[in-house]
Design a protein around this ligand. Structure first.
Ligand code: ADP
Ligand code: ZN
Length: 432
């Protein structure tokens, strides 16, 4: 089924016409309402009338996460604050948190996208949709919630945590669609085994999973263990939240709701726009948002775009699975963290040197993080007991400041490699 065939199956020229019209309009809107944008455009000698359609898109300057931090909290909002009906924030673990806002129409647009996603994976108003994404400032919970409500399905707003209770709700309430992170889906599968609950006792048939990178292998594992079809949903708070794109039943790429979000792929180093099929950084331009419309926003997510009619009938461009990130941000069990944040926690502990290595790994589909850090000579020659208590103290700080469980390994001075250029502080052994 297709929720909005007119848009989702529109011939390419029609889609481009719509995008062009909306793009020209939004450029003028931000020029008139967001001084920061106006300055950015003026710096490169652009005026709103220079952007007449999608062919001119690449003339606009990029926006990056730092622009959001620099203008925190409301510097990039384009509408009157009294028209803002909702705020969300990114988890705040990535340095200074950022805040995004929505007008009533923005929320409707977002819910419409999520409703398309649910229908695209085979859901309907008859489904019982169990939402185990966190509710709150994080966009996951309320994003799926509003989309499922717009569709008219029955929402079970479970939020995250208390897995045993979640399982009894899934079973007793007869949930047919499960929405959560892919790693949580596997955790649920583990708990089901542990409690001896058979898959046949559940009515689940579909999973809508996202918010973190995962692989085809993990998809197969989840499908087998829960006896469902598992689909990938993508999004980020800066753009709206989940539902920017989602798999269709073909499970061969996520259709982007490009009537709202115009995607481009660029070379992350040169900024040059890359052709269809080539891998690079995803850049998104929001053309329908009122409160927080980002133009040419660099998502840092690495993927590729694929145009053409899908076997499902949709013509919406597809993006492939996210294969990585263009910056050094790590996502460990759903928690976003930059090496620099770990560095500050380490250095606050004292006795350690700013030479450290982060080793991310994945065992049994769960992320692990080891932090190796050099200590000073005197500490290292101290008693083992003291070293152990320092390791524990650092682990505690990492947990309380960043919400991250990590194994701390103190190492001798001069054992961590040094670099002449940029340091490589992260070894990511995870394969998805
Ligand atoms: P935060 O985690 O900072 O609160 P978001 O929830 O907006 O912020 O996180 C968005 C990021 O999560 C994306 O930029 C992307 O890196 C990652 N992400 C979201 N969905 C997926 C997905 N389906 N596959 C891989 N990564 C994803
Ligand atoms: Zn499709």
């Amino acid at each position: 089924m297709i929720y909005n065939p007119e848009i989702e199956c529109a011939p390419r020229p029609e889609m481009e016409l719509l995008q062009s019209y909306r793009l020209a309009k939004i450029v003028r809107y931000v020029w008139e309402n967001v001084p920061d944008y106006r300055r950015k455009m003026e710096t490169v000698g652009l005026r709103p009338e220079d952007i007449r359609g999608v062919a001119d898109l690449s003339r606009l300057p990029f926006m990056v996460k730092d622009d959001l931090r620099r203008t925190y909290p409301y510097g990039l909002f384009a509408c009157k604050m009294s028209d803002v009906v909702r705020l969300h924030a990114s988890s705040g673990t990535t340095g200074k948190q950022i805040v995004v806002g929505y007008t009533r129409r923005d929320l409707e647009m977002w819910a419409d996208c999520v409703a398309r996603c649910i229908v695209g994976v085979g859901g309907s108003k008859d489904d019982f949709i169990h939402v185990s994404y966190g509710y709150g400032l994080f966009t996951g919970g309320l994003g799926l919630h509003d989309g499922a409500t717009a569709l008219g399905a029955t929402v079970i707003p479970a939020s995250s945590g208390n897995t045993e209770r979640q399982i009894s709700i899934i079973r007793d309430f007869g949930a047919t669609i499960l929405c959560c992170t892919p790693s949580y889906a596997l955790y649920i599968a583990d708990m089901l085994d542990k409690q001896g609950i058979g898959k046949s006792e559940l009515k689940l048939k579909i999973g809508i999973f996202g918010a973190e990178p995962w692989s085809e292998g993990m998809r197969r594992e989840i499908e087998n263990r829960l006896n469902i079809k598992a689909y990938n949903i993508y999004g980020l708070s800066e753009i709206c939240g989940p539902g920017v794109s989602c798999d269709c039943e073909m499970q061969d790429g996520m259709h982007i709701h490009e009537d709202n979000f115009i995607p481009e792929i660029i070379d992350p180093d040169s900024g040059e726009v890359l052709p269809d099929g080539e891998e690079g950084e995803l850049v998104i331009t929001c053309v329908t948002k009122e409160a927080f419309p980002l133009l040419r926003y660099r998502t840092r997510d690495i993927t590729s775009l694929h145009h053409g009619r899908c076997s499902c009938g949709r013509t919406l461009v597809k993006m492939s699975r996210i294969t990585g990130r263009s910056d050094d941000m790590l996502i460990i069990r759903g928690v976003n963290v930059f090496p620099t944040q770990i560095e500050s926690v380490l250095l606050n502990a004292g006795h350690v040197k700013p030479h450290y290595l982060l080793i991310a790994d994945r065992q049994n589909n769960t992320d692990s993080l080891e932090i190796q850090v050099e200590v000073s000579n005197e500490v290292f020659s101290d008693e083992v007991r003291k070293l152990e208590s320092l390791e524990k103290e650092i682990a505690r700080n990492v947990q309380s400041v960043l919400g991250l469980t990590a194994k701390i390994t103190l190492v001798e001075p001069m054992t961590i490699p040094r670099f002449e250029g940029k340091a490589k502080r992260v070894i990511d052994k995870r394969v998805y």
